[in-house]
Design a binder for this molecule. Structure first.
Ligand code: GAL
Length: 414
């Protein structure tokens, strides 16, 4: 009898201990797979584990997240959504409307998110008044990155207009240096395009074109000038640009093979991960023109079963907007904190410039959602624009044809 009872007691003890070990858990789908990105997401994985969480990683390589979003659709359609997903902008609303997002308002209210997030960011994190996503950062898209030594050796200053950029690029090309490091992937073409568009159309023109989808602006002489500049930029990339990953283009600037890259400040995460020093090894400057194109990474929690997963979602949401994470993650990622109460003492000159420009552009009405990175439009409309941009960049399509195709593609996507 004794041995039977003992056996039963030890079985209960094992069950109890395993239940105690269970704790918060999360399978997290994201697309942070480059050097700087992986280092950044490791910060979150460590904090989650330090708080008793069990993290199951679901990285989906592919800059810009297109592949990740395809994987997400497959998982949700099969009734097996990940616990948490790197999801941002209007895509959050699209998934909310599918009825598959979890409400994290309790975490947001318990941690006072409304008091520490700018309205421009909080607005993207709410679904019909409830909190449906947790913001990680503020990336700026409209940056030029440069190899400091290459510019100095060729007596070139960072360009403040597109004419200056074109002159500098021509000088570099004549010296046998690749002027523009670029990856020929549609999202990267769109990234360069929107930076050029901001500079040529201005903030109001950008908003009319890529937020309001105003047909007159999409077919305007200004938009023709944008495509003219894109044709000029096409002449500054190397013959092997097609299909290149963005971080390999960053490496070309890092090693002096190329002079410039136009890319969001996740590129700075690559420079930092390689131990490069801003202002010494590389230079940062906003692309020509007034304004600030913001791109806010965030995590949305999907409706899943199981207390441990719900605990994992609440823990993840709390950590993501926590002050420590907001500092450490963004120091690695190249972005700035989404929270307004995180001191920037440890951040570099590029981050300080980003923070100052964000505040100034917010006050001046030129703080704009990135269309190329899913902040301005829903997927169908953003994709329609990008299809025309990348078709133009990879053909001899005229600017006049491009703007007509732009208006038609947008109209057909509605
Ligand atoms: C952006 C994303 C960044 C970075 C970049 C390159 O859309 O917001 O965090 O991942 O793509 O993949």
């Amino acid at each position: 009898m004794k041995s039977y009872v003992t056996g039963a007691v030890s079985a209960l003890a094992i069950a109890a201990s395993s239940a105690a070990i269970a704790g918060p858990e999360a399978e997290v789908l994201h697309y942070w797979t480059s050097g700087g990105e992986a280092k950044s997401v490791a910060v979150l994985q460590k904090e989650f584990a330090d708080n008793g969480g069990t993290w199951t990683d679901m990285p989906v390589a592919g800059g810009g997240g297109d592949a990740a979003m395809t994987a997400l659709r497959a998982r949700v359609l099969s009734g097996n959504a990940p616990t948490a997903v790197q999801l941002k902008g209007p895509a959050i609303q699209e998934w909310y409307e599918e009825g598959v997002l979890a409400d994290i308002s309790a975490v947001a209210e318990a941690n006072g998110w409304a008091d520490v997030l700018p309205a421009s960011i909080a607005g993207h994190m709410k679904c019909e008044g409830t909190w449906c996503a947790a913001p990680v950062n503020v990336h700026r898209v409209d940056w030029i990155w440069a190899n400091a030594e290459v510019l100095k050796a060729n007596d070139i200053a960072m360009p403040t207009t597109w004419d200056e950029f074109n002159a500098a690029a021509s000088t570099l090309q004549a010296a046998g240096i690749i002027p523009l490091a670029h990856g020929g992937q549609s999202w990267q073409d769109a990234t360069v395009f929107e930076a050029v568009a901001l500079g040529i159309l201005g903030a109001d023109g950008f908003r009319k074109a890529f937020v309001d989808l105003d047909k007159d602006t999409l077919t305007s002489d200004g938009m023709i000038a944008v495509f003219d500049q894109m044709r000029t930029m096409r002449g500054f990339v190397d013959p092997n640009f097609s299909g290149r990953d963005w971080n390999l283009a960053t490496a070309m600037v890092m090693n002096g093979e190329a002079a410039f890259q136009i890319m969001g400040d996740w590129a700075k995460g690559e420079f930092m991960a390689a131990g490069k020093v801003p202002g010494e090894d590389f230079l940062c400057m906003s692309t020509p023109g007034e304004g600030f194109l913001y791109n806010v990474d965030s995590f949305a929690m999907f409706a899943v079963d199981g207390d441990e997963k719900k605990q994992g979602q609440d823990l993840l949401a709390k950590l993501v907007v926590g002050k420590n994470f907001q500092e450490v993650f963004n120091l690695n990622k190249g972005s700035i904190p989404a929270r307004t109460d995180v001191a920037l003492d440890k951040f570099d000159s590029c981050a300080i410039l980003s923070s100052e420009d964000m505040a100034a552009s917010s006050a001046g009405g030129s703080l704009l959602p990135s269309y190329a990175h899913g902040m301005a439009l829903r997927g169908a409309q953003a994709g329609a624009i990008t299809d025309v941009v990348t078709a133009h960049f990879n053909s001899d399509m005229s600017s006049a044809d491009a703007v007509q195709q732009l208006a038609t593609a947008v109209a057909n996507s509605m």
